[in-house]
Ligand binder design. Structure first.
Ligand code: SF4
Length: 486
């Protein structure tokens, strides 16, 4: 042994290690694991301000501004960069111990001034990390003071949201920031009797830029004019032409401002737009609808028919053809998914969509984990499960994490798992494939570019899942069952 080798604090014999390794796969351990209350292990959610940053970055010329700790800001940026494999610009006023004691106003003044001088943004949405929330920093007063004292121009839009991560997740931060930005930009823009004829489409917290482009493609096929609130597609997926653009893509501020006079607003995610849609109901002139994410055929049909109804337009022939192709692809592939059990976890809107798709394929959602949610979320998921005989036997666990999920997988096995990258540890222990749908996906490339919504998305998902099972069959079957055709 070399002199520099670390001396272990506690030595365990290989027998002891094996004994514990086996024990954590038992019902006895699962019971103790599910009794755990004061510790979260590998949750399937991120911080509130991360969700706020997703919105803050998705408007034209907008520079997200974190009021709080630099470590938090680095975590948000690195998570986006790892998922999208793109730069994720954001600034932070780097509060430290003195800010925690005396308040972060001076940090905010200096940070806003520096960021504005250096990066000339058109808008700087501010959102908080836990530290300023714990000490009770007053953003309303701080931002007003920053403008009065000339640190930033009076007319610079600086909407803000309180996003304490000890209360909520990234979807709540998304919701709070979006409401704040819309309230700011639409102030004084409402004109009685005016209708732009446009649809406002809110994608919700969606790390799949392909989904947002798919919504836009469908709207183009319908020839429905639209504004996506907020559009992250070109922000987080810009081409590589040798030039770096700090502000790439995003919803135009004028379009966001006039969204209040739109013909209709549709949110594609119920649980990440609760506050925003409530505010829109009270303030926007048009019709407002909340749709389930269009995963699978039935939910895509509902979206398409809603567009047709709201804008009094026939369903385009191209979409009818796509639907037929999706049904054909599902028929061809259903035998490889039928009856297979799946564990599903992630954001409520995604989970509901994935479950609907699985039920359509005759697959059986079996363990569902939402790592932070309400009774309402649980009820809604159970209602979707009740729509099909394939939903029978599935259990929904709200406020549980992926270490709980591991216990479920080890004591009541399933054939596959669907969710983001965080589930790979449990999937590996359970020796089952993980189908990566959700956010973040930081161990595979380009999945965030392939839409999983719409008829095209259904084909993408079933192709990925069915072919993986066929790969496993080819890799593991005995020689006599190794066939050319499957
Ligand atoms: S939980 Fe709070 S302190 Fe921790 S990274 Fe998230 S925002 Fe920062």
């Amino acid at each position: 042994m070399s002199e520099t080798a670390l001396k272990k604090v506690t030595e365990y014999t290989p027998e002891e290690v094996e004994k514990v390794s086996n024990w954590i796969n038992t019902e006895d351990y699962k019971e103790k694991n599910f009794a755990r209350e004061a510790l979260v292990i590998n949750p399937a959610h991120a911080c509130q301000p991360l969700g706020a940053q997703m919105v803050a970055t998705s408007f034209e010329g907008s520079l997200p501004f974190v009021h709080g700790s630099q470590g938090c800001a680095s975590y948000f940026r690195s998570t986006f960069s790892r998922h999208y494999r793109e730069p994720a610009a954001a600034t932070c006023d780097a509060m430290t111990e003195d800010g925690a004691v005396f308040g972060g106003q001076n940090n905010l003044f200096e940070g806003l001034e520096n960021a504005y001088t250096l990066y000339k943004p058109k808008m700087m949405p501010v959102y908080t990390t836990c530290m300023p929330e714990v000490i009770g920093d007053d953003l309303t007063a701080f931002i007003k003071n920053a403008k009065q004292k000339g640190h930033i121009p009076e007319d610079l839009p600086v909407p803000y949201a309180n996003t304490p991560s000890f209360n909520g997740t990234h979807i709540h931060g998304y919701d709070a920031m979006l409401k704040s930005i819309l309230a700011y930009l639409t102030k004084g823009q409402k004109i009685e009797g005016k209708c732009t004829g446009k649809l406002n489409l809110i994608p919700g917290f969606d790390g799949n830029v392909g989904n947002i482009r798919e919504y836009k493609r469908i709207l183009d096929l319908f020839e429905i004019p639209y504004t996506v609130l907020a559009d992250s597609s070109d922000v987080f997926d810009s081409g590589c032409d040798g030039h770096y653009e700090l502000y790439s893509g995003g919803t135009k501020l004028e379009d966001a401002a006039e969204s209040i006079n739109g013909k209709a607003t549709i949110s594609m995610q119920k649980f990440s737009s609760v506050t925003t849609m409530k505010w829109i109901d009270e303030n926007f002139s048009g019709v407002n609808e909340v749709m389930p994410m269009p995963f699978g055929v039935a939910k895509t049909d509902a979206f398409i028919l809603k567009l047709s109804e709201l804008f009094d337009k026939p369903v385009p022939e191209a979409l009818k053809k796509e639907r037929a192709l999706a049904v054909d692809a599902m028929t061809d592939a259903h035998q490889y998914l039928h009856g297979k059990k799946f564990a599903v976890y992630g954001d409520p809107d995604y989970v509901i969509g994935i479950i609907s798709f699985l039920l359509e394929m005759g697959a059986r959602p079996w363990h569902v984990v939402i790592s932070r949610g309400t009774k309402k979320v649980k009820k809604e998921i159970e209602a979707v499960l009740e729509t099909s005989m394939y939903g029978e036997g599935c259990t929904v666990h709200v406020n549980k994490d992926l270490w709980h999920m591991r216990s479920l997988l080890m004591t009541d096995p399933v054939e596959g798992m669907i969710g983001d990258t965080h589930g790979k540890f449990a999937a590996r222990d359970a020796k089952i494939p993980l189908f990566r749908i959700g956010f973040p996906i930081i161990d595979r490339v380009n999945l965030h570019r392939n839409p999983v919504v719409g008829y095209q998305g259904a084909i993408t998902m079933l192709t990925m899942i069915a072919n993986k099972f066929l790969d496993i069959k080819d890799e593991t079957c005995e020689d006599q069952w190794f066939e050319m055709m499957r």
